[in-house]
Design a protein around this ligand. Structure first.
Ligand code: KIV
Ligand code: NA
Length: 265
């Protein structure tokens, strides 16, 4: 099988073949997700919540993202690997944006970076692209701006924000981004964006009219528990399964069932 490239993703959009994307933050999860055949693996800054237990994505550092990214890349044979630029490493300073992206590309051997925002970060996007680094955009609910929004509610329900989002999407495409993530916006708006752009649009909580879907792997596997938005489909309850297995182990240790004769030297 061949590796997924940005070119293959744009071909998939042309053919109407949906793109499947999931997050991974470590070697073990990434090898499962890649072997299952997902097209794109996102090393999301959601690692800040899922891996480190923070309330928001803001605290995670570039060094930490690079650790996660490098661990994922070592496991992947097929998927395109995109690494999030964390908060504070690209906004308002295009030179820093380029330096952060170069570190991700070199130290992780990643395939691309993802940044949150539109016109506000256009200069950074342009400068990263000028170095030949593929950029994925991210509009709608952008969690690094949670303190500006004040809520994780659906974005762009009003005309003004919807118009700005469509303009930003076109701006990112024109700049040369290879794909765009739309998070938690009305399905009708997401469909309109996907139809207006030639680059693939990947949705999370953005309905079925886009070119692909992304979820946090730990959420769709049911490893995380508290997070339960409408857009999340749970394919398993791994929290309960893993907890049950650990309980069985504890029981076996306490009852001296483990280890048995066959499990010792
Ligand atoms: O960090 C992340 O997991 C993301 C996806 C939800 C798109 O950015
Ligand atoms: Na993210």
């Amino acid at each position: 099988f061949k590796r997924v490239t940005t070119h293959i993703l744009s071909e998939m959009k042309l053919k109407g073949e949906k793109i499947a994307m999931l997050t991974s933050y470590d070697f073990s999860m990434a090898s499962i997700v890649d072997k299952a055949g997902v097209d794109v693996i996102l090393v999301g800054d959601s690692a800040s919540n899922v891996m480190a237990g923070h309330e928001t994505t803001l605290p995670i550092t570039l060094d930490q993202m690079i650790y996660h990214g490098a661990s994922v890349v070592r496991a992947v044979n097929r998927a395109l690997v995109v690494v999030d630029l964390p908060f504070g490493t690209y906004q308002g300073n295009s030179k820093e944006a380029l330096c952060s992206s170069i570190r991700i590309m070199k130290e992780c051997s990643a395939d691309a970076v993802k940044l949150e925002g539109g016109r506000e970060i256009l200069e950074s996007v342009n400068r990263i692209l000028s170095a030949g680094i593929p950029v994925m955009g991210h509009l709608g609910l952008t969690p690094q701006s949670i303190h500006k929004f004040g809520t994780y509610a659906v974005r762009a329900k009003e005309e003004e924000e919807a118009t700005k989002l469509l303009e930003d999407a076109k701006m990112l495409e024109e700049a040369g981004c290879f794909a765009l993530v739309l998070e938690k916006i009305p399905a009708s708006l997401a469909t309109k964006v996907a139809e207006s752009l030639t680059i693939p649009v990947i949705g999370i909580g953005a309905g079925g009219g886009v070119d692909g879907q992304v979820l946090v792997a730990h959420d769709m596997l049911g490893i995380t528990q508290e997070f339960s938005p409408r857009f999340l489909r749970r394919y398993h309850n791994l929290f309960a399964e893993m907890k049950g297995a650990v309980e069985n182990y504890i029981e076996d240790v306490k009852s001296k069932d483990f280890p048995s004769e066959r499990e010792q030297y």
